[in-house]
Design a binder for this molecule. Structure first.
Ligand SMILES: Nc1ncnc2c1ncn2[C@@H]1O[C@H](COP(=O)(O)OP(=O)(O)O)[C@@H](O)[C@H]1O
Ligand SMILES: [Mg+2]
Length: 248
């Protein structure tokens, strides 16, 4: 069981941003996608999610053996692939807890969206502790007046509470202090142990100090230019991307 990107070519605004990228995220594994700014990391995850401005020119996106390339975004989500946003939106008037429970019930196909199943509630509570979201935050309006770190933690909590089969995280370590990065890493580790497949985008290898990826991919100019194990992330943290950049 895997999320596969096969020989994918993506254009945005007539510009090639992803050029024949192939990768595979198996369940129970963490794949780290690294690369300098502007190399196409966000474009790749947008294309996987079916963002309308990211045109798939050729190649395919396969979820557990089935192409999802032609599906609209919400259908991809229902199939079990989700993206963590870099800037979570504020939802005035709706408690964070309500948002999470309603979304979870919707995904589980329940008709009463606000009814809390006790087992789901205890599961969310477990994640809440791992991610470091306080009880108080859970009962405040979602993201309203949250600090940067609180927003990020709340975002990760929402995502893990929905238990997607595959989870795409776009720089979840950005804007977090070291404790935040460690908590997010711990939540991601829980997802791996739970048998979820994780694609984690990171520019700096910071989060990888707390998280051992199963595979590291390096994206430069829309192409995968290197692949390896955790040692590759450590090398990039030491030396940067200099070795991959042509100076023509
Ligand atoms: N919506 C867009 N409109 C125009 N250009 C875009 C758009 N999204 C991405 N790009 C361009 O595609 C390239 C890759 O960007 P991006 O995927 O954001 O890279 P990364 O996430 O690795 O920093 C950049 O040159 C960027 O300017
Ligand atoms: Mg980006």
């Amino acid at each position: 069981m895997a999320l596969e990107v096969v020989d994918l070519v993506v254009d945005v605004e007539g510009k090639r941003v992803i050029d024949r990228v192939s990768l595979e995220v198996e369940r129970g594994r963490i794949v780290a996608l690294m690369g300098p700014n502007g190399s196409g990391k966000t474009s790749l995850v947008y294309a996987i999610m079916g963002h309308p401005r990211y045109e798939v020119v050729s190649g395919d996106i396969i979820l557990d053996g089935e192409s999802i390339k032609e599906l609209p975004t919400h259908k991809r989500v229902l199939k079990g692939v989700m993206l963590g946003f870099q800037n979570p939106v504020e939802v005035p008037g709706v408690k964070l807890s309500t948002l999470i429970i309603a979304a979870r019930n919707k995904l589980d196909g329940k008709s009463e969206l606000l009814k809390i199943d006790p087992s789901v509630f205890s599961e969310i509570k477990k994640y809440r502790e791992i991610v470091g979201v306080s009880d108080e935050l859970l009962y405040r309006e979602a993201n309203v007046g949250f600090s940067g770190g609180e927003k990020k933690r709340a975002e990760i909590l929402q995502l893990v509470s929905l238990r997607p089969k595959y989870i795409l995280l776009d720089e979840p370590d950005s804007g977090l202090d070291v404790d935040g990065v460690r908590d997010v890493a711990r939540a991601v580790e829980t997802l791996r142990e739970d048998g979820r497949g994780i694609l984690i985008i990171t520019h700096y290898a910071r989060i990888l100090e707390f998280l051992e990826p199963d595979e590291v991919l390096v994206l430069v100019d829309g192409r995968i230019v290197d692949r390896g194990g955790p040692e590759l992330a450590r090398r990039i943290e030491r030396e940067g991307y200099e070795a991959y950049l042509s100076h023509s």
